[in-house]
Design a protein around this ligand. Sequence first.
Ligand SMILES: Nc1ncnc2c1ncn2[C@@H]1O[C@H](C[S@+](CC[C@H]([NH3+])C(=O)[O-])CC(=O)[O-])[C@@H](O)[C@H]1O
Length: 322
Amino acid sequence: MDYQPLYQALSAAGAEQWVENLPQQIKRALSSKAHGTLRQWRSLVEQMPRLSPSSRELVDDVRIGRADDISDEQRLQLEAQLKALCPWRKGPYQVYGIEIDTEWRSDWKWERLRNHIAPLQGRMVLDVGCGNGYHCWRMLGAGASMVVGIDPALLNVIQFHAIRKLYGDAPIFVLPFGIEAVPNGSNVFDTVFSMGVLYHRRSPIDHLLDLKACLRPGGELVLETLIIEGKQGEVLVPQERYARMRNVWFLPSSDTLIGWMQRCGFADIRLVDVCKTSLAEQRSTEWMPFHSLKNFLDPDNPALTCEGYPAPIRAIFTARLA
Ligand SMILES: Nc1ncnc2c1ncn2[C@@H]1O[C@H](C[S@+](CC[C@H]([NH3+])C(=O)[O-])CC(=O)[O-])[C@@H](O)[C@H]1O
């Protein structure tokens, strides 16, 4: 992938210090010898064909090309290549007539927030914990001038490379590391998204401060996370697992989280959506055949997780950096 447009945009925006290290950071992560299957995944993407899609839709879904752009044989081969990158968690994607039916209906989350955020037209956007980049594509579709996603899970990054190859050149990049690898002096983004990440962080306040450090003054934060119902000051710290996930730390009430955001210096904080995750939004599919939400809830009481905690409720907040 040609990262030059990314380096140029970041340098022009004033993040020269990051750009100095970025090529090394990317190279190191994508050639990690500690990761057994990484080389296999990368060669799978290399073997995928460079096609010319007759259409590219990003506004209302992510749809690249049509079924009749390629032969049946080509489609079967492409489908097998994409399946070799399973499990696909975030999507859905339609590519050359292949429906990648992912574990999550990530498009539903986008629907819940799209009318509440500052218009992305011409904005430089960072999506922290972007998964395989599904929402990054929707951000590009909403007119962002450049979208940078970051995610430390390498299968996600490789899935993004696959979709990016099928789509063709575009100002969209997914970088193979977490928020902690973004250095000081990267406060160049007009909008920063953090969706589904805060509860994975052991220090939620530091996460909010890290997000703040990526925003230019006046920029917008879009924060989506698991919450609990409760008053100001209430927060759930699961004893061990939450909905079978080991790495879940802080589930605040919405008022508690608003307090944390205020304390971190965010202004105009708005709670724009609260939604109980349904079994239709997160489920096992042909493209993610493992256990999903249904298996993580109490079989006798779907209002509870199998550990006895309140079942997942997700909230979306917007805020501005004063
Ligand atoms: N330190 C970190 N820095 C950045 N990303 C991280 C970090 N730790 C984990 N992640 C990444 O954050 C993503 C969270 S998933 C949300 C995806 C998308 N945003 C969505 O809203 O659908 C939600 C979930 O699976 O619980 C994963 O892709 C991790 O690899």
